[in-house]
Design a binder for this molecule. Structure first.
Ligand code: DPX
Ligand code: MG
Length: 565
């Protein structure tokens, strides 16, 4: 019995997706999800974006969630599709993005009829995909009966939004068009509320510590964005008036043009003057940080718990005292109303500050260097720019960009899966059509996911991609070199014609000198379609930050096993 059925499972899911702000979904078809896609296609408010493969579709959904600040959806077929998607979902988990992964599933009778199915492991066991996704999602469910579907769909979508993590929904292929009730009005969104007593106690204790400190500093962490606390952090920065740093994976989450901004804090490779101020502060308030080997430069950053307040999405640790069920935005807002201003750390920073910007543009006929390239990227930035920085030397050069107010910076620093940025750029452009997207992608990374350029051409998005051709995996060269760090050269600029195939509007340029790059940038900015500028850089040209960081990370990776005699 389904009562006054007027929807189907697929339509119900589609309606819920539009209600939470999803307007595009990324898909690769297969016989386990075809009927489901037919149902979803009936929703006029959702546009299907057909991708070349599931991994890229997942990366695109990741970029889409970053652009909209909301959820994203990807639809794949069972196992061959699902397991190809897995790496992107794991990345979204690491990066706190609510990605709704929807897979078609085996017919509801297959298990009881002991039916051996194609695309599977060759045994009658159809639980494995959900079990595998269980490790990289907040919730992983299989829908096998229409009666349960509305509840399961609502429950799973809410979990994604509440935890800011991916979820997995598998829909058996023979029930995707089965009738179900219509979606009832629901807000679906539910943030974890603060416990009022815990919040009051934490704020009172923190106020005492902040007011008692001589030179407090603030440090923005990556979880500020996923927990919707960026503006509460800004309020605290305004109220306290102290020096403010951002961690590398939180670049752009605090306005870099703010009077208190000092730069990026990641230990020995911090912006000039920044680590000196953070590490000499008698109280550092870290808001939503993740202290990994990368963000702390091989654990070389000096973060002393005895001199720190660490605020996480739903807990606060004040030196050695923990408060749970304290929402980060509630805590930061309340604190901004109770503390007194203290500009000491900012004044100290102003005394030791050096100019960080490289404006080294080079002569027109000089070969390109990373410095001359990034001084040009710097000049292109405006308040509506988003910079997408792929794993590689682009991270380190990107950190040095001075972002105008409003500019955003996207990096996958927790997961660091190369190739991410090609799909993520596609998804970001679709999620935020009015922003100017500049992507910086290394040659090695690009080779993993290059074919998604064709999807950018197909749907008419217009990023400018700087493809940095330095002949290999330079970041790995600096960590530990060997023959495996050289890659086969490609004609990257020429690929655009291949993907255009006569009817596309992609365009590629190759630049080896400063003059050629200037010309390419001018033309790319006027171009009505995706632009890819291949910049040819020497294999050994890399940022100083990467050299220092690489040495620290290599040392940390190579510390001897404690189990060996
Ligand atoms: C690897 C990395 O060319 O950038 O600036 O030359 O380093 P740079 P490229 O894109 O090369 C990237 C390369 C091979 N990391 O240096 S960072 C290991 C790795 C990874 N993700 C995946 N496979 C391997 N991070 C999916
Ligand atoms: Mg490279």
């Amino acid at each position: 019995m389904t009562g006054n059925a007027s929807s189907t499972i697929g339509q119900y899911l589609a309606a819920r997706l539009t209600e939470i702000g999803v307007a595009h979904y990324f898909a690769v078809p297969g016989d386990y999800n075809l009927v489901l896609l037919d149902e979803v296609l009936k929703n006029p408010d959702l546009q299907m974006i057909s991708c070349c493969n599931e991994l890229n579709a997942g990366y695109a959904a990741d970029g889409y969630a970053r652009a909209t600040g909301g959820a994203a959806a990807v639809f794949v077929t069972y196992s061959v599709g699902g397991l190809s998607l897995l790496n992107a979902v794991a990345g979204a988990y690491a990066e706190d993005l609510p990605l709704i992964a929807v897979s078609g599933g085996p017919n509801t009778n297959s298990t009881s009829e002991y039916e051996l199915l194609h695309h599977t492991l060759g045994k009658v066991d159809y639980e494995y995909q959900r079990e595998i996704f269980g490790r990289v999602t907040a919730e992983a469910v299989v829908i096998q009966h229409p009666k349960e579907a509305p509840y399961q769909i609502d429950q799973t979508i809410s979990a994604a939004l509440r935890h800011r993590k991916p979820v997995y929904l598998e829909i058996a292929c023979n029930i995707a068009n089965a009738p179900v009730s219509q979606p009832h009005p629901s807000s679906l969104r539910s943030v974890l509320p603060s416990d009022p007593k815990a919040l009051d106690a934490a704020v009172a204790h923190a106020t005492e510590l902040v007011d008692g400190a001589d030179k407090p500093v603030l440090v923005a962490g990556v979880k500020l964005r996923s927990s919707g606390a960026e503006s509460a952090f800004m309020d605290l920065a305004d109220a306290l008036g102290c020096g403010v740093a951002s961690m590398p994976n939180a670049k752009s989450f605090f306005d870099e043009q703010h009077a208190g901004y000092m730069g990026i804090y990641w230990g020995p490779v911090s912006s000039p003057g920044c680590s000196e101020i953070v590490e000499s502060a008698d109280l550092a308030i870290f808001a939503g940080p993740t202290f990994t080997d990368y963000t702390t430069t091989g654990r070389a950053a000096l973060v002393d718990p005895a001199r720190s307040i660490v605020v996480q999405p739903d807990s606060v640790v004040l030196k050695s005292q923990t408060y749970n069920q304290v929402n980060i935005a509630d805590f930061l807002s309340a604190l901004s109303r109770t503390i007194k201003a203290n500009e000491t750390s900012l004044s100290a920073f102003k005394r030791i500050r050096e100019d960080t910007l490289s404006t080294e543009r080079g002569a027109p006929d000089d070969p390109l260097t990373t410095r001359s390239l990034f001084s040009r990227i710097q000049a292109m930035l405006t308040g509506d720019s988003t910079v997408v920085a792929e794993t590689g030397d682009s991270w380190f050069n990107g950190m040095r960009l001075d972002l105008p107010s409003g500019a955003r910076f996207e990096i996958q620093m927790q997961y660091g899966s190369i190739g991410w940025s090609v799909g993520a750029t596609l998804g970001y452009c679709l999620g935020s059509r009015d922003r100017k997207v500049l992507a910086m992608i290394g040659d090695g990374s690009f080779q993993l996911t290059a074919q998604e350029m064709s999807t950018m051409i197909r749907y008419g998005v217009k990023p400018i991609i700087f493809l940095i051709n330095n002949g290999g995996y330079t970041i790995e060269v600096e960590i530990h070199d060997g023959p495996y760090n050289k890659i086969k050269n490609w004609n990257y600029a020429g690929l655009m014609e291949v993907f255009n195939a006569g009817d596309g509007k992609g365009r590629g340029w190759q630049a080896g000198t400063n003059g050629e790059l200037d010309q390419a940038i001018t033309e790319a900015q006027d171009h009505d379609g995706p632009a890819l500028i291949e910049v040819v850089i020497d294999r050994d040209d890399c940022s100083k930050t990467l050299l220092t960081w690489g040495a620290h990370v290599a040392k940390n990776n190579g510390r001897p096993s404690r189990c060996l005699p």
